[in-house]
Design a protein around this ligand. Structure first.
Ligand code: H79
Length: 594
């Protein structure tokens, strides 16, 4: 029986070829099956994730060797035996941990919820557990329960508090999931592990730490759908108000988590979350200094909100209990931006105007927020597909009215005079009358001379023949997943990717194909057709697709397009002849020629 469970053990997220397909699955509001306590989560938009465990003490180093990527996986990556790994606990003494300071940082950052690792895959409990001695109170000189202090401090500042709990993977336990270097998988009894450790510990967490906003499960395995449902039911009784993440497995859970570091390209209905880490690792690594800047965080947050979801951003405190300097600094700066612009993020829903070259939109009744992350030349912002009657438009921070003009369903906003203050995201508010329009899925992609680069993303392709739109998942180091949506499987002239674009300005545009191309796909002829006019090119090799290596993309300029008459254009990419997969097309870039 056991072998069938192994197959499902590593589904950490769901990879969907058509993002739209997820709507039915996770939008439980329509069916009335939504969790009664889901609204706070939908409104929250920004959460803080914390990975903290014995791996934080190792900090990416074992036996004098530096490890890169997911630091919380070091026991697995270095195949450290339990008998050696457990010794780390004897020197784990996070004396600099200060629950009040962490909670205050969360407050300053403007997050509405916090989720911390009570137990990660390493199997070490960061809370006082009666189920095992391999926990922070029994096994370390620290002897206190930091989860108790943190849950109280966080909640007292009005922030929802939750636990991450690795319910299946437990590398310390002979019957837990995925330690294959100490234990023989074929001899494992996962049910015994669930009954003796995971369920009793989850009961401790749901009993001893006050009301939990979330229980964040991860990497399910070893349970059928029925067993998972039973597992949920049993835990639910303790705290019916607590939300369970979708990584409890088997399509169950109260809201959907996308893959690690993944944002869907189009709005998704229902409650969902994107999780990112601040640098390349979830657990602390001394030599990982690749932090996202404040501007990157603010833009990511706006992007996720514009699709209707929450961003939970992870920080990795070190073994002493200190949060890295740049995480503190950049989170506080993000919080400062939210202080002024929070109205355009919190309690919003997905914007009904699709992504534009200037940025993203979010929505509230009677208001559309324009997140201008890329300020256009001449300060003229075009909002296409705006049917409603516009009452007024103003910059969010100073509330001064801006002049605007309606041309058919185009709304043109003049943002001259709006102070930029170097803001990574200048928010304009459009107040309108009438009911909120639906998101326009078939809207053409906008291209204008006001932007140095205009991206036509693969996600907006209409495919024909065998061509498919797919999120490709790969990593740079180890577990630091990247997700890039591409058109794949174009092998013969009937397999095309077609885009409807609206070119706003007359003039010349350089057309650039951005793609990855394997050895077998390279040196093949392809066609970029614009309103039936063919531009020929030959593919250039970049790299083979490999989940555990970077996927390299080339920006290959192929033609100049002269646009005499602004309007709707149809662009198609396809192979000229039958052959190997032509490319993995990421985008078509249109650059106005000055
Ligand atoms: O807690 C963080 C990660 O440790 C956790 N999820 C986030 C929130 C996570 N656990 N597993 N995974 C993510 C996916 C695992 C992928 C794997 Fe691999 C692929 C395991 C083995 C192959 C990457 C490459 C990790 C090890 C080698």
């Amino acid at each position: 029986m056991k072998s069938i469970f192994l197959v499902i053990a590593f589904s950490t997220g769901f990879l969907v070829s058509k993002a739209q397909g997820m709507e039915e699955m996770w939008d439980k509001s329509a069916s009335g099956k939504e969790h009664p306590n889901i609204q706070w989560f939908k409104d929250a938009k920004f959460g803080m994730f914390i990975h903290w465990g014995l791996y934080s003490k190792l900090a990416g180093v074992w036996s004098g060797k530096n490890y890169y990527g997911s630091g919380e996986w070091i026991m697995n990556q270095a195949r450290i035996p339990v008998k050696d790994y457990q010794k780390i606990a004897a020197s784990f003494n996070p004396v600099k941990f200060n629950a009040g300071e962490w909670a205050q940082l969360a407050k300053d950052a403007g997050v509405k919820y916090m989720v911390i690792t009570a137990k990660h895959h390493e199997g070490f409990s960061m809370f006082d557990s009666k189920v095992t001695d391999f926990d922070i109170v029994d096994a370390t000189p620290y002897k206190k329960d930091p989860m108790k202090a943190l849950s109280e401090a966080t909640r007292s500042l009005g922030i929802q508090f939750g636990f991450y709990y690795s319910q299946f993977q437990d590398w310390y336990e002979p019957n837990g999931g995925k330690n294959t270097w100490d234990f023989d998988e074929s001899k494992k009894d996962y049910q015994l592990y669930y009954q003796k450790k995971a369920i009793p510990q989850l009961k401790e967490l749901l009993t001893n730490y006050g009301p939990l906003g979330i229980v964040w499960f991860d990497t399910p395995g070893g349970m059928s759908k029925e067993q998972t449902q039973q597992f949920i039911n049993e835990l639910r009784q303790l705290q019916p108000n607590s939300l369970f993440s979708s990584r409890v497995g088997q399509g169950l859970g109260d809201y959907k988590d996308f893959g690690d570091s993944e944002v869907p390209p189009v709005p998704i209905k229902g409650a969902w979350e994107s999780v990112y880490t601040h640098n390349d690792s979830w657990g602390y690594i001394t030599h990982d200094m690749n932090f996202k800047s404040t501007a990157e965080i603010i833009r990511l947050l706006a992007n996720v909100a514009s699709k209707g979801g929450n961003l939970m951003l992870n920080v990795g405190p070190d073994g002493e209990g200190e949060i890295p300097y740049y995480s503190v600094k950049y989170l506080r700066e993000t919080g400062a931006w939210l202080q002024k612009n929070g109205e355009s993020i919190y309690a919003t829903t997905a914007g009904f105007v699709p992504e534009q070259p200037w940025g993203f939109t979010t929505s509230k009744p009677g208001k559309l927020f324009l997140h201008v992350v890329n300020r256009p030349a001449y300060d003229l912002v075009l909002v296409p597909g705006f049917k409603n009657n516009v009452l007024k438009v103003y910059a969010l921070t100073d509330k001064k009215n801006l002049s605007f003009e309606k041309k058919g369903t185009d709304l043109l906003v003049q943002m001259k005079g709006v102070k930029n203050e170097q803001s990574p995201n200048t928010v304009l508010v459009v107040e309108y009358s009438g009911t909120e329009p639906a998101y326009n899925e078939t809207a053409p992609v906008t291209i204008a001379a006001a932007f140095e680069t205009n991206y036509i993303n693969a996600a907006f392709a209409k495919t024909s023949g065998a061509a498919k739109i797919q999120p490709l998942t790969y990593s740079h180091y180890y577990g630091d997943w990247k997700h890039t949506t591409c058109v794949t499987d174009m092998q013969n002239p009937a397999d095309g990717a077609t885009f409807s674009v609206r070119i706003i300005d007359q003039g010349d545009y350089k057309l650039i194909l951005e793609y990855a191309c394997s050895e077998s796909g390279s040196r093949q002829e392809g066609i970029l057709e614009v309103n039936g006019q063919p531009f020929l090119f030959r593919t250039l090799r970049t790299s083979e697709f490999d989940r555990k290596a970077p996927l390299l993309f080339i920006k290959h300029p192929v033609a100049i397009l002269h646009v005499e008459k602004p309007g709707i254009y149809t662009l198609t990419v396809k192979p000229a002849k039958t052959g190997a997969e032509l490319m993995k097309l990421k985008s078509i870039i249109a650059e106005p020629v000055q």
